[in-house]
Design a protein around this ligand. Structure first.
Ligand SMILES: [Zn+2]
Length: 123
């Protein structure tokens, strides 16, 4: 019985170490946000796209509209009224620096690391 208890402690310790590593790893990982540009002008900054619940914003321009959704560190165009639908068919953007472009609407969605966004804005 005492031997079993010892193993429980060892396993408990291993699990605790794993949890610690996972939490620590997530803290180190950059938080992701997104910037939306219309006609090369910053239209909106999304502070975080990490929320597991899908959120959406609709960007309306003179040329048309794009419904942009984001969740779990990914951002994508759900719907748009552009002619070619390239932005809608585009794969979800999840890496910092990746972007989705809707050429007919001159709309650019860029994934940014939230800690970098201030520096990026100057460029
Ligand atoms: Zn489009």
């Amino acid at each position: 019985m005492k031997k079993n208890l010892k193993w429980i402690f060892i396993f408990g310790g291993v699990i605790a170490a794993c949890v610690f590593v996972i939490i620590f790893g997530q803290l180190k990982t950059e938080k992701k946000g997104a910037e939306i540009y219309v006609d090369q002008k910053l239209y909106k900054v999304i502070e975080s796209i990490e929320d597991p619940q899908v959120q959406s914003i609709t960007v309306k321009t003179e040329k048309g509209w794009n419904k942009i959704c984001y969740a779990g560190g990914e951002i994508w165009v759900e719907e748009a009224d552009c002619k070619n639908q390239v932005c809608v068919k585009h794969a979800k953007a999840s890496f910092v620096g990746s972007s989705i472009i809707c050429a007919p609407h001159k709309l650019v969605i860029r994934v940014v690391g939230s800690s970098q966004s201030a520096a990026d804005a100057e460029v």
